[in-house]
Design a protein around this ligand. Sequence first.
Ligand code: ZN
Length: 134
Amino acid sequence: MDHIMHFSIQTSKPQQFINITGKVAEAVKNSNVRDGIAVIFVPHTTAGVTINEKADPDVVRDMITALDKTYPVHGDYQHFEGNSHAHIKASLMGSSCTVIIADGKLQLGTWQAIYFCEFDGPRNREFHVKIISG
Ligand code: ZN
């Protein structure tokens, strides 16, 4: 049997990475699935999801800074909303991540965390976690 959980998330900055590993682990626990995969999906065009280091918060700070250097907030864009930088960054991070579940646990590395990536905040956002047994 497959399970899906929906989460709301409030971002507080224009650009921000929020560690959602605990929420995904909660979805795994609620599913009672011991072995399978978790798919984390972000249904937005200016936010994404990625996996990266959790130990040093400067890593995600540096990622945002580097993305801003390459895709500045104000640049040679034509999109009428004025948030093309956010659309580009969201596509670079991607709209989904897949993590293996073994023995009831997410098989993330010691230093890995799952991050919701806001690029056009602050906003009320959501993400979905689908747990597939197998
Ligand atoms: Zn737009």
